[in-house]
Write a protein that binds this ligand. Structure first.
Ligand code: MN
Length: 202
């Protein structure tokens, strides 16, 4: 089995003006595609080619660095694309909103904590909202690591992630990572985040 680049459930233009079409096209068709290609090379002929990407991440300490970097890259970007859609200011609802209130002190505090995690991640990496033991938490990871990985300082099941590598925003935002982070809140598909939250809580 080999991994494949997932098709996006929307057009490259559909997140504009928050995330521009050229960035989306390069990010998906070049960057993510390279992670998939390099992951397939790295796992060819090993037992990892029978595993899900989630199971590879959970046991990532058993694999060499190219699997960690490219496997993480494939998992992280697949999650990222799935939770994006222009939301017109909509907020989370239902059990997810209840958990944001109960575990994170409400939407404003959650945004503040998430923005801080995304802004202060030095160099390249990701900010996450994840579920650990039934509770929500915010954290960040370097490079293409993620909270599923056994080597990660931040552990849990990710339900929302933001790519803060420069390739994710530089064409449109240049060095203004905080502007990109602010714009991200306009393109979170809360229905998909809720779906991941409820799946993680079972
Ligand atoms: Mn990326």
């Amino acid at each position: 089995m080999s991994f494949e680049l997932p098709k996006l459930p929307y057009d490259y233009t559909s997140l504009e003006p928050h995330i521009d079409a050229r960035t989306m096209e390069i990010h998906h068709s070049k960057h993510h595609n390279a992670y998939v290609t390099n992951l397939n090379v790295a796992i060819a002929g090993t037992d990892a080619d029978k595993l899900s990407i989630e199971d590879i991440c959970k046991n990532i300490s058993n694999y060499p660095m190219p699997v960690r970097n490219n496997g993480g890259g494939h998992y992280n970007h697949s999650l990222f694309w799935s939770i994006l859609a222009v939301n017109d200011g909509a907020l989370p609802t239902g059990k997810l909103m209840d958990a944001i209130n109960a575990h994170l002190g409400g939407m404003d505090k959650f945004k503040e904590e998430f923005n801080k995690a995304a802004t202060t991640r030095f160099g390249s990496g990701w900010a996450w909202l994840c579920v650990e033991n039934g509770k929500l938490k915010v954290c960040s990871t370097p490079n293409q690591d993620n909270p599923l990985m056994d080597v990660s300082e931040c552990k849990g099941t990710p339900i929302l992630g933001l790519d803060v590598w420069e390739h994710a925003y530089y064409l449109n935002y240049q060095n203004r990572r905080p502007d990109y982070i602010s714009a991200f809140w306009n393109v979170i598909n809360w229905t998909q985040v809720s779906r991941r939250f409820e799946a993680a809580n079972i």
